[in-house]
Design a protein around this ligand. Structure first.
Ligand SMILES: [Zn+2]
Length: 230
């Protein structure tokens, strides 16, 4: 009986600490960005980098297609690669934050959450990234996350299109098809540019880059314009 009570108690704590805030921020938080505002405007975003093995090839494809994207970086990765941050900024891309160490906020309490925001915002500031757009890893937040999002004057950015590009099973054609089927007016597309470093398959960004060579022109043909968050 005691075990049942403890299990139930922990379940309730987890729901209040993690599930409710994650669901609220993802679906209802009015200040979070989930879609673009104007018709036929879409955003291309990349999570988990920067990774020097892929970023220059990816940037080349974006440049050839005259498209700007948003890179939600893991602060620890950004800290190790300041030259990539500067390179992307010089090409007109936007740098966003994707947490300090890519941990799941649902599983952490106040002290780690505080450290996560403190350290990551300090790193990004030092790298000259001041207007902070924040995408939580897996879109997961806890009951304290929003307090820090407000404290550091950040804007939450979610997505409505994924293409499972991190998976070892995904081929460039599969990623392309998913992007074409799922993208609609006002979509925010979430892709990944760091492979195994943040839980994806090794080399997966090469498939993403290959898919984009076809997908960007096709999306443009459909009348979509690529924009950055404001
Ligand atoms: Zn991520």
């Amino acid at each position: 009986m005691a075990i049942l009570k403890i299990t139930l108690g922990l379940g309730v704590v987890f729901i209040l600490h993690s599930v409710v805030p994650t669901y609220y921020n993802k679906k209802f938080n009015k200040k979070a960005i989930r879609k673009t505002k104007n018709k036929n405007e879409i955003m291309l975003t990349f999570d988990d980098g920067p990774d020097k093995r892929y970023i220059y090839q990816l940037a080349k494809v974006l440049e050839e297609n005259n498209v700007h994207a948003t890179f939600f970086m893991v602060a620890q990765n950004a800290q190790k690669n300041p030259e990539i941050v500067n390179f992307l900024k010089s090409k007109g891309h936007k740098i966003g934050l994707h947490s300090w160490q890519h941990k799941n906020a649902m599983l952490y309490s106040y002290l780690y959450t505080k450290k996560d925001f403190e350290n990551s915002t300090a790193i990004m500031k030092k790298l000259g990234v001041n207007d902070l757009f924040y995408r939580p890893p897996w879109g997961h937040t806890n009951i304290f996350s929003l307090m820090f999002v407000k404290k550091y004057n950040m804007k939450l950015v979610y997505w409505d299109v994924m293409a499972e590009d991190w998976s070892a099973k995904s081929t460039p054609d599969m990623i392309y098809e998913k992007l074409m089927q799922r993208t609609t007016s006002n979509s925010i597309i979430c892709l990944h540019d760091a492979g195994e470093n943040s839980g994806g398959a090794k080399g997966a960004p090469l498939n993403t880059i290959e898919a984009l060579k076809k997908a960007i022109p096709s999306l443009k043909e459909k009348g979509y314009k690529f924009i950055l968050p404001e």
